[in-house]
Design a protein around this ligand. Sequence first.
Ligand SMILES: NC(=O)c1ccc[n+]([C@@H]2O[C@H](COP(=O)([O-])OP(=O)(O)OC[C@H]3O[C@@H](n4cnc5c(N)ncnc54)[C@H](O)[C@@H]3O)[C@@H](O)[C@H]2O)c1
Length: 335
Amino acid sequence: MNIIVTGGAGFIGSNFIFYLLAAHPDCRIVCLDKLTYAGNLSTLAPVLKRPGFRFVKLDICDRSGVFKLFAEERPDIVVNFAAESHVDRSIAEPALFLETNVLGVQVLLDACCSFGVQRFHHISTDEVYGDLPLDRPDLAFDETSPLRPSSPYSAAKAAADLLVLAYRRTFGLPVSISRCSNNYGPYQFPEKLIPLTVVNALRGRPLPLYGDGRNVRDWLHVKDHCRALDLIINRGKEGEIYNIGARVELSNLELAELIVKEVGASCDLISFVADRKGHDLRYALNADKLRKELGWQPTVPFAQGLKSTVAWYLAHRSWWEAILSGEYRREPPKL
Ligand SMILES: NC(=O)c1ccc[n+]([C@@H]2O[C@H](COP(=O)([O-])OP(=O)(O)OC[C@H]3O[C@@H](n4cnc5c(N)ncnc54)[C@H](O)[C@@H]3O)[C@@H](O)[C@H]2O)c1
């Protein structure tokens, strides 16, 4: 099996590559990544020289580069993680999100059609459904919920989902889509809530929370996400959309307090800042389809997952300190 993984130098993509290499040691993996600020080649250092693995620095918007790579590699499967992924940045610079998250996906879809790829799996997000009210804990999004994205990030992701489905209908491309809730675990860029809070708590810096901290997120350990993706790609029905979520709902304030406790810092570090524009109130995903059809269930209890994630950031200071100092972009490991 020849697999192209796009965005594999980022948080979830790198975890997925490590997962695949362990679960399917015979598959060949080509990681295509532009190495934006969110891509970190040092994360992939342990596998860069491994036989059956190749890293290619490439922008998914670069049509001729992508077609050349597909001609060389003739992939059976393409798994697309590549995206601009930070909502705040999409509010500051929406155009970049449309380029990568929509037009880049179109380039990949065209290449998949031209080279007869057997499955294009697209990583989407629960944010395409918009948000839920805080006072209706009974509600959760399933795969038939309408798309009501709130931010330029989620609108671009929703547009890509529709494009993927249109390529199936129009060109007969075999596709699948997964929509996951908020991930946490090792190698997450320290601008996202959990690593930012851990890293700031460890350094005694303020822990900024938007608004009153009551917004609720649904948390999924990245390992459980990777297992679900493996199942969907290998046994999931072509043409289907699968939600992936563990239904671990916490307000941002509750989460920050748990992290402060785990790190042994003071809750006085928690500070409230002006709310994000268009801030989604609550996410909650119904993943019954994935559980019933493919027998998936989360295996990492949140308390244990958070403990091990905090321990990982403690044990890998040099990984995030190189990001904070900018050194990770100056000295990439030799290929
Ligand atoms: N992190 C989450 O909680 C979460 C939740 C739901 C969905 N997702 C989705 O999962 C995917 C991966 O998210 P992540 O958190 O790992 O993101 P990330 O920001 O950590 O990594 C994104 C990776 O994509 C690469 N990239 C960006 N633009 C590119 C381009 N034009 N060409 C090639 N590579 C490019 C970056 O260099 C980086 O390595 C994204 O599609 C995101 O929308 C993430």
